[in-house]
Design a binder for this molecule. Structure first.
Ligand SMILES: NC(=O)c1ccc[n+]([C@@H]2O[C@H](COP(=O)([O-])OP(=O)(O)OC[C@H]3O[C@@H](n4cnc5c(N)ncnc54)[C@H](OP(=O)(O)O)[C@@H]3O)[C@@H](O)[C@H]2O)c1
Length: 285
Protein backbone atom coordinates (compact mmCIF):
# COMPACT_ATOMS: atom_id res chain seq x y z
CA UNK A 1 0.00 0.00 0.00
CA UNK A 2 1.32 3.46 -0.93
CA UNK A 3 1.47 5.71 2.13
CA UNK A 4 2.39 9.23 3.20
CA UNK A 5 4.11 10.11 6.47
CA UNK A 6 2.22 13.07 7.93
CA UNK A 7 4.14 15.85 9.70
CA UNK A 8 3.22 14.41 13.13
CA UNK A 9 4.53 10.92 12.31
CA UNK A 10 1.12 9.37 11.56
CA UNK A 11 1.04 7.16 8.44
CA UNK A 12 -1.79 7.84 5.98
CA UNK A 13 -2.67 5.73 2.90
CA UNK A 14 -2.03 7.79 -0.25
CA UNK A 15 -5.15 6.44 -1.98
CA UNK A 16 -8.51 6.74 -0.26
CA UNK A 17 -12.20 6.40 -1.03
CA UNK A 18 -14.43 9.50 -1.24
CA UNK A 19 -18.11 9.50 -0.25
CA UNK A 20 -19.35 12.91 -1.44
CA UNK A 21 -22.77 12.75 -3.13
CA UNK A 22 -23.43 9.09 -2.23
CA UNK A 23 -26.56 10.15 -0.39
CA UNK A 24 -28.48 6.88 -0.56
CA UNK A 25 -27.82 4.89 2.63
CA UNK A 26 -27.70 1.43 1.05
CA UNK A 27 -25.58 2.57 -1.89
CA UNK A 28 -23.13 4.42 0.35
CA UNK A 29 -22.78 1.58 2.81
CA UNK A 30 -22.30 -0.97 0.01
CA UNK A 31 -19.78 1.24 -1.81
CA UNK A 32 -17.69 1.70 1.34
CA UNK A 33 -17.91 -2.06 2.08
CA UNK A 34 -16.78 -2.80 -1.49
CA UNK A 35 -13.95 -0.28 -1.19
CA UNK A 36 -12.69 -1.81 2.06
CA UNK A 37 -12.99 -5.31 0.62
CA UNK A 38 -11.03 -4.15 -2.45
CA UNK A 39 -8.20 -2.90 -0.22
CA UNK A 40 -8.90 0.78 0.48
CA UNK A 41 -7.95 1.69 4.04
CA UNK A 42 -8.68 5.45 3.94
CA UNK A 43 -12.33 6.54 3.85
CA UNK A 44 -13.21 10.23 3.45
CA UNK A 45 -16.47 11.64 4.79
CA UNK A 46 -17.72 14.98 6.16
CA UNK A 47 -20.49 16.38 8.35
CA UNK A 48 -21.79 18.13 5.25
CA UNK A 49 -22.08 14.94 3.12
CA UNK A 50 -24.45 13.19 5.52
CA UNK A 51 -22.44 9.99 5.00
CA UNK A 52 -20.80 9.67 8.44
CA UNK A 53 -23.52 7.25 9.67
CA UNK A 54 -23.22 5.07 6.55
CA UNK A 55 -19.42 4.99 6.77
CA UNK A 56 -19.73 4.12 10.47
CA UNK A 57 -22.05 1.20 9.68
CA UNK A 58 -19.75 -0.13 6.94
CA UNK A 59 -16.68 0.17 9.19
CA UNK A 60 -18.45 -1.51 12.12
CA UNK A 61 -19.29 -4.53 9.99
CA UNK A 62 -16.09 -4.85 7.93
CA UNK A 63 -14.23 -7.23 10.23
CA UNK A 64 -11.00 -5.21 10.25
CA UNK A 65 -9.36 -3.90 13.41
CA UNK A 66 -9.98 -0.20 13.94
CA UNK A 67 -6.27 0.59 13.66
CA UNK A 68 -6.16 -0.91 10.15
CA UNK A 69 -8.41 1.88 8.86
CA UNK A 70 -7.83 5.60 8.40
CA UNK A 71 -11.05 7.61 8.71
CA UNK A 72 -11.21 11.29 7.77
CA UNK A 73 -14.09 13.68 8.39
CA UNK A 74 -14.59 17.45 8.14
CA UNK A 75 -16.13 20.13 10.32
CA UNK A 76 -18.76 22.24 8.54
CA UNK A 77 -18.20 25.99 8.87
CA UNK A 78 -21.47 26.63 10.71
CA UNK A 79 -19.72 24.86 13.60
CA UNK A 80 -16.77 27.27 13.52
CA UNK A 81 -16.90 28.65 17.04
CA UNK A 82 -14.86 27.60 20.05
CA UNK A 83 -16.87 24.97 21.91
CA UNK A 84 -19.29 24.43 19.00
CA UNK A 85 -16.59 22.86 16.86
CA UNK A 86 -15.71 20.52 19.71
CA UNK A 87 -19.35 19.52 20.21
CA UNK A 88 -19.72 18.87 16.48
CA UNK A 89 -16.65 16.60 16.42
CA UNK A 90 -18.16 14.58 19.29
CA UNK A 91 -21.38 14.28 17.24
CA UNK A 92 -19.34 13.11 14.22
CA UNK A 93 -17.69 10.43 16.36
CA UNK A 94 -21.12 9.32 17.57
CA UNK A 95 -22.49 9.09 14.01
CA UNK A 96 -19.37 7.18 12.94
CA UNK A 97 -19.55 4.95 16.06
CA UNK A 98 -15.83 5.60 16.59
CA UNK A 99 -13.71 6.45 19.63
CA UNK A 100 -11.31 8.52 17.56
CA UNK A 101 -10.83 9.91 14.06
CA UNK A 102 -7.55 9.56 12.16
CA UNK A 103 -7.92 12.98 10.58
CA UNK A 104 -10.37 15.85 11.09
CA UNK A 105 -10.30 18.77 8.67
CA UNK A 106 -11.70 22.28 8.68
CA UNK A 107 -13.83 21.96 5.53
CA UNK A 108 -13.72 25.59 4.35
CA UNK A 109 -11.82 28.68 5.63
CA UNK A 110 -14.98 30.59 6.55
CA UNK A 111 -16.15 32.08 9.84
CA UNK A 112 -14.24 31.64 13.08
CA UNK A 113 -11.55 29.35 11.74
CA UNK A 114 -9.24 30.18 14.67
CA UNK A 115 -11.84 29.22 17.28
CA UNK A 116 -12.47 25.96 15.43
CA UNK A 117 -8.74 25.27 15.16
CA UNK A 118 -8.21 25.75 18.92
CA UNK A 119 -10.92 23.12 19.52
CA UNK A 120 -9.27 20.73 17.06
CA UNK A 121 -5.87 21.31 18.71
CA UNK A 122 -7.37 20.43 22.11
CA UNK A 123 -9.09 17.29 20.76
CA UNK A 124 -5.82 16.30 19.07
CA UNK A 125 -3.93 16.62 22.35
CA UNK A 126 -6.62 14.58 24.11
CA UNK A 127 -6.15 11.79 21.54
CA UNK A 128 -9.62 11.92 19.99
CA UNK A 129 -8.09 13.06 16.71
CA UNK A 130 -4.82 11.45 15.52
CA UNK A 131 -4.19 14.30 13.07
CA UNK A 132 -5.86 17.60 12.21
CA UNK A 133 -5.84 19.55 8.99
CA UNK A 134 -7.66 21.87 6.64
CA UNK A 135 -9.42 21.87 3.29
CA UNK A 136 -9.87 24.52 0.61
CA UNK A 137 -7.19 26.72 2.21
CA UNK A 138 -5.24 28.94 -0.18
CA UNK A 139 -1.52 29.26 0.66
CA UNK A 140 -1.99 32.68 2.34
CA UNK A 141 -4.70 31.38 4.73
CA UNK A 142 -2.62 28.28 5.43
CA UNK A 143 0.55 30.20 6.30
CA UNK A 144 -1.44 32.58 8.51
CA UNK A 145 -2.96 29.64 10.42
CA UNK A 146 0.47 28.06 10.84
CA UNK A 147 2.09 31.32 12.00
CA UNK A 148 -0.30 31.99 14.87
CA UNK A 149 -1.16 28.52 16.19
CA UNK A 150 0.59 25.67 17.91
CA UNK A 151 -0.20 22.71 15.65
CA UNK A 152 0.64 22.86 11.95
CA UNK A 153 -2.10 21.25 9.80
CA UNK A 154 -1.09 17.75 8.69
CA UNK A 155 -3.10 17.91 5.45
CA UNK A 156 -4.69 20.43 3.11
CA UNK A 157 -7.40 18.80 0.98
CA UNK A 158 -7.95 20.89 -2.15
CA UNK A 159 -9.48 20.44 -5.59
CA UNK A 160 -6.67 18.96 -7.67
CA UNK A 161 -6.81 17.21 -11.05
CA UNK A 162 -5.23 17.45 -14.49
CA UNK A 163 -6.96 20.76 -15.29
CA UNK A 164 -6.33 22.23 -11.84
CA UNK A 165 -2.93 20.98 -10.75
CA UNK A 166 -2.37 23.50 -7.93
CA UNK A 167 1.32 23.84 -8.77
CA UNK A 168 1.96 26.97 -6.67
CA UNK A 169 -0.17 25.77 -3.78
CA UNK A 170 1.73 22.45 -3.85
CA UNK A 171 5.05 24.26 -3.43
CA UNK A 172 3.74 26.04 -0.34
CA UNK A 173 2.44 22.78 1.09
CA UNK A 174 5.83 21.13 0.57
CA UNK A 175 7.59 24.12 2.16
CA UNK A 176 5.50 23.79 5.34
CA UNK A 177 5.42 19.98 5.45
CA UNK A 178 1.66 19.80 4.89
CA UNK A 179 0.48 16.78 2.88
CA UNK A 180 -1.39 17.69 -0.29
CA UNK A 181 -4.61 15.70 -0.71
CA UNK A 182 -6.52 15.94 -3.98
CA UNK A 183 -10.28 16.06 -3.95
CA UNK A 184 -12.19 15.62 -7.22
CA UNK A 185 -9.06 13.94 -8.67
CA UNK A 186 -11.17 12.71 -11.62
CA UNK A 187 -12.78 16.11 -12.15
CA UNK A 188 -16.07 14.76 -10.76
CA UNK A 189 -16.85 13.42 -14.27
CA UNK A 190 -17.84 16.98 -15.11
CA UNK A 191 -14.84 17.61 -17.35
CA UNK A 192 -15.83 15.48 -20.30
CA UNK A 193 -12.69 15.57 -22.38
CA UNK A 194 -10.17 14.99 -19.57
CA UNK A 195 -9.89 11.30 -20.36
CA UNK A 196 -9.66 11.99 -24.10
CA UNK A 197 -6.60 14.24 -23.88
CA UNK A 198 -3.79 12.90 -26.12
CA UNK A 199 -1.30 12.99 -23.20
CA UNK A 200 -3.68 10.89 -21.08
CA UNK A 201 -4.61 8.46 -23.83
CA UNK A 202 -1.05 7.81 -24.91
CA UNK A 203 0.16 7.24 -21.32
CA UNK A 204 -2.79 4.89 -20.78
CA UNK A 205 -1.96 2.92 -23.92
CA UNK A 206 1.76 2.77 -23.04
CA UNK A 207 1.05 1.19 -19.66
CA UNK A 208 -2.09 -0.83 -20.45
CA UNK A 209 -4.03 1.29 -17.95
CA UNK A 210 -7.22 3.35 -18.15
CA UNK A 211 -7.31 7.18 -18.47
CA UNK A 212 -8.69 7.38 -14.91
CA UNK A 213 -5.73 5.36 -13.61
CA UNK A 214 -3.32 7.71 -15.42
CA UNK A 215 -5.08 10.78 -13.95
CA UNK A 216 -4.74 9.33 -10.44
CA UNK A 217 -1.20 7.97 -10.89
CA UNK A 218 -0.08 11.41 -12.13
CA UNK A 219 -0.98 12.88 -8.72
CA UNK A 220 0.18 9.99 -6.55
CA UNK A 221 3.56 9.98 -8.29
CA UNK A 222 4.04 13.55 -7.04
CA UNK A 223 3.26 12.46 -3.47
CA UNK A 224 -0.28 13.85 -3.68
CA UNK A 225 -2.93 11.77 -1.92
CA UNK A 226 -6.09 11.01 -3.95
CA UNK A 227 -9.60 10.12 -2.74
CA UNK A 228 -11.65 9.16 -5.83
CA UNK A 229 -15.34 8.32 -5.42
CA UNK A 230 -17.31 5.71 -7.34
CA UNK A 231 -20.43 3.67 -6.74
CA UNK A 232 -19.35 1.00 -9.25
CA UNK A 233 -17.30 -1.97 -8.07
CA UNK A 234 -15.23 -2.18 -11.25
CA UNK A 235 -14.22 1.48 -10.98
CA UNK A 236 -13.65 1.26 -7.23
CA UNK A 237 -11.12 -1.53 -7.91
CA UNK A 238 -9.67 0.24 -10.97
CA UNK A 239 -8.99 3.45 -9.05
CA UNK A 240 -6.97 1.60 -6.40
CA UNK A 241 -4.95 -0.39 -8.92
CA UNK A 242 -2.31 2.25 -9.69
CA UNK A 243 0.69 1.11 -7.66
CA UNK A 244 2.13 -1.25 -10.29
CA UNK A 245 3.22 1.24 -12.97
CA UNK A 246 5.27 4.41 -13.18
CA UNK A 247 4.73 7.27 -15.61
CA UNK A 248 7.96 8.28 -17.40
CA UNK A 249 9.45 11.76 -17.03
CA UNK A 250 8.24 12.61 -20.56
CA UNK A 251 4.71 11.43 -19.76
CA UNK A 252 4.71 13.45 -16.52
CA UNK A 253 5.86 16.56 -18.40
CA UNK A 254 3.18 16.12 -21.08
CA UNK A 255 0.51 15.72 -18.38
CA UNK A 256 1.79 18.79 -16.50
CA UNK A 257 1.27 20.85 -19.66
CA UNK A 258 -2.51 20.26 -19.75
CA UNK A 259 -2.97 22.25 -16.54
CA UNK A 260 -5.39 25.13 -16.99
CA UNK A 261 -5.15 26.21 -13.32
CA UNK A 262 -8.91 26.12 -13.53
CA UNK A 263 -10.83 25.00 -10.44
CA UNK A 264 -14.27 23.60 -11.18
CA UNK A 265 -15.66 23.91 -7.68
CA UNK A 266 -14.27 27.37 -7.09
CA UNK A 267 -11.89 28.79 -4.56
CA UNK A 268 -12.31 30.39 -1.18
CA UNK A 269 -10.40 33.42 -2.48
CA UNK A 270 -13.26 34.35 -4.81
CA UNK A 271 -15.53 36.86 -2.98
CA UNK A 272 -18.57 35.62 -4.93
CA UNK A 273 -17.89 32.11 -3.65
CA UNK A 274 -17.53 33.38 -0.07
CA UNK A 275 -20.74 35.38 -0.47
CA UNK A 276 -22.71 32.39 -1.77
CA UNK A 277 -21.37 30.14 1.01
CA UNK A 278 -23.68 31.91 3.45
CA UNK A 279 -26.54 29.95 1.85
CA UNK A 280 -24.83 26.55 1.68
CA UNK A 281 -26.58 23.89 3.70
CA UNK A 282 -25.18 20.83 5.43
CA UNK A 283 -26.79 17.37 5.67
CA UNK A 284 -25.53 17.01 9.26
CA UNK A 285 -24.11 19.49 11.74
N1 LIG B 1 -13.00 19.04 0.78
C1 LIG B 1 -13.90 19.35 -0.12
O1 LIG B 1 -14.41 20.48 -0.20
C2 LIG B 1 -14.34 18.28 -1.09
C3 LIG B 1 -15.09 18.64 -2.22
C4 LIG B 1 -15.45 17.61 -3.12
C5 LIG B 1 -15.06 16.31 -2.87
N2 LIG B 1 -14.35 15.98 -1.74
C6 LIG B 1 -13.94 14.58 -1.42
O2 LIG B 1 -13.20 14.07 -2.53
C7 LIG B 1 -13.82 12.88 -3.02
C8 LIG B 1 -13.58 12.72 -4.51
O3 LIG B 1 -14.11 13.82 -5.23
P1 LIG B 1 -15.49 13.76 -6.02
O4 LIG B 1 -16.33 12.63 -5.55
O5 LIG B 1 -16.08 15.11 -5.92
O6 LIG B 1 -15.06 13.55 -7.53
P2 LIG B 1 -14.11 12.49 -8.31
O7 LIG B 1 -13.67 11.40 -7.40
O8 LIG B 1 -13.13 13.30 -9.06
O9 LIG B 1 -15.11 11.93 -9.40
C9 LIG B 1 -16.18 11.11 -9.08
C10 LIG B 1 -16.91 10.85 -10.40
O10 LIG B 1 -16.05 10.12 -11.28
C11 LIG B 1 -16.69 8.91 -11.70
N3 LIG B 1 -15.64 7.87 -11.72
C12 LIG B 1 -15.07 7.27 -10.67
N4 LIG B 1 -14.14 6.40 -11.05
C13 LIG B 1 -14.13 6.43 -12.41
C14 LIG B 1 -13.38 5.74 -13.38
N5 LIG B 1 -12.46 4.85 -13.06
N6 LIG B 1 -13.63 6.01 -14.71
C15 LIG B 1 -14.56 6.93 -15.04
N7 LIG B 1 -15.30 7.63 -14.16
C16 LIG B 1 -15.08 7.37 -12.85
C17 LIG B 1 -17.76 8.65 -10.65
O11 LIG B 1 -18.86 7.99 -11.23
P3 LIG B 1 -19.55 6.69 -10.55
O12 LIG B 1 -19.71 6.96 -9.07
O13 LIG B 1 -20.85 6.59 -11.28
O14 LIG B 1 -18.62 5.55 -10.83
C18 LIG B 1 -18.16 10.05 -10.23
O15 LIG B 1 -19.12 10.59 -11.12
C19 LIG B 1 -15.29 13.08 -2.62
O16 LIG B 1 -16.06 11.91 -2.73
C20 LIG B 1 -15.14 13.64 -1.24
O17 LIG B 1 -14.86 12.60 -0.31
C21 LIG B 1 -13.97 16.97 -0.86
Amino acid sequence: MLTAALNNGVTMPLIGFGTYQITDETQCRQSVETAIEAGYRLIDTAQNYGTERFVGAAVAGCGLKREELFITSKVWFRNHREGECRASVLRSLERLKLDYLDLMLIHWPFGDVYGAWRDLEALYKEGLLRAIGVSNFSPDRLVDLINYNEVTPAVNQVETHLYCQQKTAHEWLVKYGVTHQAYAPLGQSRINDMFALPAVRSAAENHGKTPAQVALRFLVQQGISVIPKSVHEERIRENLDIADFELTDDEMEALKKVDAASPMIGTATDPKRVESAKNWTSREL
